[in-house]
Design a protein around this ligand. Sequence first.
Ligand code: TXA
Ligand code: MG
Length: 311
Amino acid sequence: MISSTQRLGPKDIPAAAAMLRDGQLVAFPTETVYGLGADARNSTAVAGIFAAKSRPQFNPLIVHVADLEAVEKIAEIPSEARALAAAFWPGPLTLVLPIRSGCGLSELVTAGLDTVAVRIPSNPIAQALLKEFGGPVAAPSANPSGKISPTTAGHVLDGLSGKIAAVIDGGHCDVGVESTIVGFNNGPVLLRSGGLPVELLNAVLRKEIRRNTDDSITAPGQLKSHYAPKAMLRLNAVAPESNEAWLGFGPHNFTAPSLNLSQTRDLTEAAANLFAHLHALDKISARIAVAPIPTTGLGLAINDRLARAAS
Ligand code: TXA
Ligand code: MG
């Protein structure tokens, strides 16, 4: 556990980038709201975001990068997305794009979806941090789950002091509301209205953007296709049956093919392993028995995802 959260300034960006490289959580200003950043390729670090925010569900996170070249490494960019990117990046716009397989992002960032939400922020501290770090940074708003998004370093500390390594103080956020999110599904769809006015989107698209009327898409964690393994899942199992693979939590000595979410019953480690282990066992067995996971802390989100995967 982190005992005290460092308050850093713009001159400490190299130190902040080193913390990210080390798997630690660093809050930083963007032009919309403060983000709670972690290395998007490091599942343990990303799981730490959910733990620090006490998020009950693994909602997919926005990946922040410095420039379009970095976006190309992780996502495919349809032509209408390219037009929006050219007009509004860097800025308060997030695009949900098809993920490039093998791009190295933690599956916890996308919550197992085959799309990834990407944004190039314009805030100079965010830009400098992303350039210095040189990789993708997953960052939800830097507030405890269910609380208002922070627009000053003080807000961040009010909610997360003692739970994250550092916050870079960049004063007030210019925009103050979260980014506008656009997805692409037979053309552009407005998934969340936000800091970039929809009229500006329409002007570039030369049409009125479709609004998302399907609630399930704004909360992708609720989508059926969200994570659907081929294998049958049996939850809260005591032991594997003869035709089952075992997804463990804590030590065991079953001989069935198995993976362990955490030998030491560490829920942060378990969250970090969840999607990757489910994918791996799905490849080798038609049935997976899953050990009981406590419903405290990150365990709630893990149980939520397992229940969806089992249904
Ligand atoms: O301005 C912002 O967007 C701030 C700053 C820090 O960048 N971030 C932010 O993140 O608001 P968060 O986690 O609070 O909201 C991210 C939203 C969620 O509603 C999530 O469901 C959606 O983005 N999202 C992420 N990945 C998605 C995907 N692959 N498909 C659809 N929605 C996605
Ligand atoms: Mg938020």
